[in-house]
Design a protein around this ligand. Structure first.
Ligand SMILES: [Zn+2]
Length: 279
């Protein structure tokens, strides 16, 4: 995607410093490991890429809130978000085995200094399991931003390429939500809250503004929205063709996300927005 790059570990502290200098309050980390396997071992290794990045950022900018993506897909050789079993033509994602590895991953992020962990996998029961493990290990101050409503979406395409994690077989529809199903999203959000989520996240953004609004209104909890890679790419492409002005389009979209109830916005335009909205 234009202007979006993977960073080497050596560059991450500098990027964090820039974010701090611009007045941004938080960053969300995704890792791309050297090694992938079918147990996602690099996801919870003490010297894993995200664990090292957290330490590097906290050493340079202790006040910057570090949120870490907690999932297994980038670390799995097959690219799925959990442990899988293949029977002939069918594959299954094994929920409890996956939750155990996700919990290990979240704990290792907390131990490295993450302020919030953000499980994006959509397995059942993972928020409760992670909350319990964090509390039991002295990380009761580490928060959880839950991907409460993550819909199966065509708009994830560019990110999957960037994160080198497209599934090698099957797809993720068995554990992501059907875009037609609003009630399921609200049920999932309620469950995540019950299990101990501190922030509820809705993803993607613009096609799901109704969900964002309902989650914010119904639960009254801090609510985040993730303006995803495909949504970013559409605006970039439109602006490049001269259909509209990028800055005006982005400001209008971000305003709509705030109006729709977002307390936090995850966006690829964070640095530009910090400049554009500087008082
Ligand atoms: Zn995943």
């Amino acid at each position: 995607m234009p202007g979006v790059f993977q960073l080497a570990l050596a560059e991450v502290a500098e990027e964090a410093q820039q974010a701090c200098d611009l007045g941004l309050q938080a960053v969300l980390l995704f890792g791309i490991p050297n090694e992938k396997d079918d147990q996602a071992k690099s996801a919870y290794a003490d010297n894993g890429i995200v664990q090292q990045a957290i330490r590097a950022i906290k050493a340079r900018c202790p006040e910057l809130v570090v949120i870490t993506d907690v999932c297994l897909c980038e670390y799995m050789s097959h690219g799925h978000c959990g442990v899988t079993r293949v029977d002939g033509e069918h594959f299954h994602v094994l929920n409890d085995e996956s939750v155990a590895l996700l919990t290990k991953t979240a704990l290792s992020h907390a131990a490295a200094g993450a302020d919030l962990v953000a499980p994006s996998d959509m397995m059942d029961g993972r928020i409760g399991a992670i909350r319990e493990a964090l509390d039991a290990n002295g990380f009761d101050q580490t928060g959880i931003m839950s991907y409460a409503a993550k819909f199966a979406s065509v708009f994830y395409g560019p990110f999957r390429e960037a994160a080198e994690s497209p599934p090698q077989f099957g797809d993720r529809r068995s554990y992501q939500m059907d875009s037609a199903n609003a009630r399921e999203a609200l049920r999932e959000a309620a469950l995540d809250l019950e299990e101990g989520a501190d922030i509820l996240l809705v993803k993607p953004a613009l096609p799901y503004l109704d969900i964002l609004w309902q989650v914010r209104e119904r639960f009254g909890k801090p609510t985040a929205v993730y303006h995803v890679s495909g949504e970013f790419a559409m605006v970039k492409a439109g602006a490049e063709r001269g259909y509209f002005d990028e800055r005006a389009a982005v400001l209008e979209i971000m305003t709509s996300l705030k109006r729709g109830g977002a307390d936090l916005i995850v966006t690829y335009w964070a640095k530009e927005l910090a400049e554009w909205t500087r008082p």
